[in-house]
Design a protein around this ligand. Structure first.
Ligand SMILES: [Fe+2]
Length: 261
């Protein structure tokens, strides 16, 4: 089967290019399953229930997130009320946090799959251990669910690589998000897990990780609080296409996907 995973969709420019590019990409790449990280969909900070629905309406099966998931307060009750569970937050938040970090689904063709969302702890809030949380979640997934995709939302490359190697042979893919800069290290690890440190951002690249440059530079210069706006220039769609063996869950290929708006 083929899985398209879209990197961090950022603000209106990111949502726009997904809307524009996805129909053509579906024709070209023929994915059986489309997933996306959408924690920055609402003007770069969090996501609202309306934007969740907007993205799910594009036939994106599951939305993952990360540290920014709590930025829009409307998302708290949404997590409590959502019936389909298709918006995830990192699984290793303490158990009292609303929402879940694991989704079990079936493609229209009837292929079972699992999506796990985790968050790193290096240069990030001190959540529960993502490694042990991954172990725990894998134990809970039925044996027949072979396709298992992890979004590791983390700052440090080392932590993402460590999780990739730790999961090798146990999941189909470990894909990194959060840093917004696509990396060129896509690989299939020896036991069959596809790995990429960062999917890249789907949003404006003439920016500092998606935000207007001037305010970010100013904050580095004067260390004062500043309001960041989403940038506009050089909008790109960034993600990855995986091919996986549905019998074994092993990855067959991993290819970076980049489109310019
Ligand atoms: Fe993030």
């Amino acid at each position: 089967m083929r899985i398209l995973f879209i990197g961090d969709i950022l603000g209106h420019p990111g949502r726009r290019i997904v809307k524009d590019a996805l129909p053509l990409l579906r024709q070209e790449l023929q994915p059986d399953l489309v997933l996306a990280n959408a924690e920055n969909a609402a003007a770069g900070f969090g996501i609202t229930p309306a934007l969740v629905e907007e993205l799910l309406d594009l036939d994106i099966a599951v939305l993952t997130s990360g540290n920014h998931i709590w930025d829009k307060k409307e998302i708290y009750p949404y997590f409590r009320d959502q019936v389909n569970g298709r918006l995830l937050r990192p699984a290793n938040y303490p158990p009292d946090a609303p929402g879940r970090g694991l989704y079990l689904g079936k493609t229209p063709a009837g292929i079972d799959y699992a999506v796990i969302n985790l968050q790193g702890r290096v240069f990030m809030p001190a959540l529960d251990c993502p490694f042990r949380k991954a172990d725990e979640l894998l134990r809970s997934i039925p044996e027949e669910v072979k396709i298992r995709i992890i979004d590791m939302h983390a700052e440090a490359t080392s932590e993402k690589q460590a999780l990739g190697w730790y999961m090798d042979g146990r999941v189909t893919a470990v894909l990194g998000t959060h840093t917004h800069v696509p990396t060129a290290d896509e690989t299939i690890l020896p036991q069959g897990t596809a790995y990429l440190t960062d999917l890249g951002m789907t949003g404006p690249y003439e920016s500092i990780i998606g935000m207007d440059r001037q305010a970010v530079i100013q904050r580095f210069l004067d260390q004062m609080p500043a309001r960041f706006e989403v940038a506009k220039g050089d909008v790109r769609f960034s993600g990855v296409l995986l091919e996986a063996d549905t019998e074994t869950g092993r990855a067959i290929s991993i290819q970076r996907i980049l489109r310019r708006g």
